[in-house]
Write a protein that binds this ligand. Structure first.
Ligand SMILES: [Zn+2]
Length: 342
């Protein structure tokens, strides 16, 4: 089985994002948001059949761990209530996709975060995502301000209510920023890769893994700058007398393979132990074009893994085994959803 652990619903029906714009405008005008739009199952089916499902089939992958559009989370818009209503609408829609295509999609939730609002505010949505929707993870935004980094670092106890819930439900978090509202950043370029790198660096300089020995985080986009600069982070850990970086982080931190060229994948696989790498593509996401050097889509990452000089056993870990280990509820959910599909 080939499990893509990083997919977003980037092709959601138009009225979904349309409502979001109305919601933001209403908030600015000090009015209540309009009622949520109707979306039929057929409309949802159409957006998936012609999008993510089609690409899964073309590329030979089986299952996508699926969450709301990341740049669309927009935690810097409105206030806590705006974020609650939007996260709720987005997660419900992911649940509908997973119900319509139970063999191909398993859900991950976005959180109703807002800059300056305690992450405690996310607890009831996490419970709902796991208990009602059967989701297997969450996306945690380390910077709800959208590029201004106003909240405490992930090392701070500020975030502990979310970490406690993650451990309780046995769900990992992918550290994933949303759109940048700071013009210094390009959302899916510097802001995303910076978010990944910052998240890793905050966690490595923390007591989080001492306080939550079983907690698991996925650093997406190949780990941002981390694998390329592994020597720097090893040296920083050493200078700070934190011990070996491998001992410090590798029980708790995992990297996905959203790296869009073969040399990058080779570096990732050379630097990071195979047990800490999870297959992912973020297809129909940030980079949608075809690489003229290969003639294939940049985000067709399975092709790069296929070309790595690794054993079949190691590739099976990257494609399937590690995801089942990191997402503690995944195997059970695969069984449950497959049974529903028959
Ligand atoms: Zn993403």
């Amino acid at each position: 089985m080939i499990i893509d652990c990083h997919g977003h619903y980037t092709t959601a029906p138009r009225q979904h994002e349309g409502w979001r714009n109305e919601q933001i405008e209403a908030h600015k005008a000090g009015k209540p948001p309009p009622p949520r739009p109707r979306m039929t199952d057929d409309e949802i089916r159409e957006t998936i059949a012609g999008g993510q499902l089609k690409v899964q089939r073309e590329r030979g992958t089986d299952l996508t761990i699926f969450s709301p559009r990341a740049a669309g989370m927009g935690h810097h818009f409105g206030d806590a209530r705006t974020s609650e209503a939007w996260a709720s609408a987005c997660n419900e829609l992911i649940h509908r996709v997973c119900t319509l295509f139970p063999k191909n999609f398993i859900g991950v939730g976005m959180l109703p975060q807002s800059a300056g609002v305690s992450p405690k505010n996310c607890i009831s949505e996490i419970d709902r995502c796991v208990s009602e929707y059967g989701f297997v993870g969450i996306n945690l935004n380390p910077d709800p301000s959208g590029g201004h980094w106003q909240d405490p670092p992930l090392s701070d106890r500020y975030w502990y209510p979310v970490y406690e819930k993650m451990v309780e439900h046995d769900i990992p978090a992918m550290i994933h920023v949303s759109a940048a509202c700071n013009p210094a950043y390009h959302t899916t370029g510097s802001h995303y890769l910076n978010g990944d790198t910052v998240g890793f660096n905050q966690l490595m300089n923390s007591s989080v893994f001492k306080d939550f020995p079983t907690i698991k985080f996925i650093i997406p986009h190949g780990g941002g700058a981390v694998p390329y600069h592994w020597g720097r982070f090893r040296g920083l850990a050493q200078d700070a007398k934190l011990g070996l970086l491998t001992d410090l982080v590798l029980r708790n931190i995992f990297f996905d393979t959203c790296v869009y060229h073969l040399p990058g994948q080779q570096l990732l696989a050379k630097v990071i132990p195979v047990d800490n790498i999870l297959f992912a593509s973020e297809m129909i996401g940030a980079v949608r074009g075809i690489d003229p050097e290969t003639g294939h889509h940049y985000d067709d990452t399975k092709r790069y893994i296929d070309q790595l000089a690794l054993s079949t056993e190691d590739k099976a870990k990257i494609f399937e085994g590690n995801a089942r280990r990191v997402y503690g509820r995944l195997s059970g959910t695969i069984e449950k959803q497959s049974a529903r599909a028959v």
